[in-house]
Write a protein that binds this ligand. Structure first.
Ligand SMILES: Cc1ncc(COP(=O)(O)O)c(C=O)c1O
Length: 429
């Protein structure tokens, strides 16, 4: 049996229809923004392998740090024990996070970072004798695949099979100039009983790369703070310069109380989750009463190799060279978005938008806007054939490249998209 045949026989892949599944592409290696298959074909990874890879694949500096750490200490229980990579990383993150942040809690991935955040907010209320029960989130939100994270995510095809098992969440509209009053009204009936508000700042990822206005959002955040609602910024996708700044929360003047980080945290090399919180949140857990303890942890909490990878990735992010690359992507993306807006594709695509290193638009098809839109079944193979890897969310096409992507590579990504659009028919109006 070949490896692809064995894969089909033994493995169940995520987010993949199993019926009539085609054999997945066998990737042999990665270098910079390129993925290289078993036959030596190269593909530009234009979505950073599910938004995690920020410095390119198999980065030699991060790889070396991982190797060195693996030979010193690969893993140790994180209750009653600690280690330098975890302490250094916490110190470094707290220096970069908004000033009000005081503590770092480690976990394994984006979903666990969110679980921790929600549990912190709920128990904060219990520990303070408030017993606030409601949680607020945005429509179209996505916060992960574990049950708490799924509950906080907008009900969709992803959650359908479990909807009756998910806890209730109040879903509010996304902010825009002029609708803040309406959103406040949506919140008012629950006002005195809201434990937290969880949100993806500025860009909602899996919900369809939906983007919103920082100014209007800032007004909403200020209102939440005024109502003493704990604000949880889920920066699992937006963190580490995805939106241009280190954290998307930096675009607003009101800081969150809790922040969730993962994906780009380790440069996309290792699984690691971080939930940061303020001193006030933490203080609610410091008590003589054992029931006020935060009873949460994972076997691999603060894995030393993952913490080391994160330290290495942060070091690369701090380099001027990296900053320049990000700025170049921002400029290139802006120009591309403008070109699309002015182009003759206006009957084929809509909602062209960009924030930081992300550009997105919807392809207009008869199936409408949906994660199940079948355009993906033709679009992804088409791009692969032309040496580019893109994986639309239904009919939402987006680019989210690693920051090391070369100017010419990003140009090629745009060209392949345009080639596809040129060859696609418009839907009758
Ligand atoms: C905003 C956001 N939160 C949480 C998650 C879940 O992260 P993970 O897939 O690492 O569990 C994701 C994943 O895409 C995400 O985009």
């Amino acid at each position: 049996m070949t490896f692809p045949e064995k894969d089909l026989k033994y493995i169940w892949h995520p987010y993949t229809h199993q019926k009539n599944m085609v054999s997945p592409l066998m990737i042999a290696s990665g270098k910079g923004s390129l993925l290289i298959d078993d036959n030596g074909n190269e593909y530009i990874d234009a979505i950073s392998s599910w938004w995690v890879n920020v410095h390119g694949h198999s980065h030699p500096y991060i790889a070396k740090k991982i190797y060195d750490q693996a030979r010193i200490l690969e893993q140790v229980i994180f209750a009653g024990f600690t280690h330098k990579p975890a302490v250094r990383l916490a110190e470094k993150l707290l220096r970069r996070l908004p000033k009000n942040f005081a503590k770092i809690f480690y976990s394994d991935n984006g979903s666990t970072a969110v679980e921790v955040a929600i549990k912190m907010a709920l128990q904060y209320s219990v520990n303070n004798g408030q017993l606030k029960k409601n949680i607020i989130a945005f429509k179209d939100s996505y916060h992960g695949d574990t049950f708490g994270a799924m509950s906080a995510s907008y009900r969709s095809i992803f959650t359908k099979a479990f909807d009756d098992k998910l806890f209730d969440v109040v879903f509010i509209d996304k902010p825009s100039k002029g609708n803040i009053h309406k959103i406040k009204q949506q919140i008012t009936p629950f006002k005195n009983n809201i434990a937290c508000f969880i949100y993806e700042p500025l860009v909602q990822g899996a919900g369809g790369m939906k983007m919103f206005d920082p100014e209007a959002f800032d007004e909403l955040l200020a209102f939440m703070k005024q109502e003493q609602i704990i604000c949880i910024a889920d920066e699992v996708m937006t963190g580490f310069c995805r939106t241009g700044k280190m954290f998307a929360s930096e675009y607003m003047t009101t800081s969150p109380d809790i922040i969730c980080l993962s994906k780009g945290l380790t440069g996309g090399t290792m699984a690691l989750g971080v939930t940061g919180c303020t001193q006030d949140i933490y203080d609610a857990f410091v008590s003589d009463e054992p029931s006020k303890t935060f009873y949460h942890g994972h076997s691999f909490t603060a894995n030393p190799i993952a913490c080391t990878a994160a330290l290495a990735s942060l070091k690369l992010l701090e380099r001027k060279k990296c900053r320049k690359k990000i700025e170049r992507i921002l400029v290139q993306n802006k120009k591309f978005a403008e070109r699309l807006r002015k182009s003759s594709y206006h009957r084929k695509i809509k909602n062209i938008r960009e924030t930081g290193t992300i550009v997105a638009f919807e392809v207009i098809t008869e199936q409408g806007d949906s994660y199940l839109n079948e355009i993906r079944d033709t679009f992804t193979p088409y791009c692969l054939k032309h040496g580019v890897y893109l994986r639309p969310l239904g009919n939402t096409v987006y680019i989210m490249p690693p920051y090391c992507i070369k100017k010419a590579e990003l140009k090629k990504v745009y060209e392949v998209i345009e080639l596809f659009l040129n060859e696609t028919g418009t839907i009758p109006t």
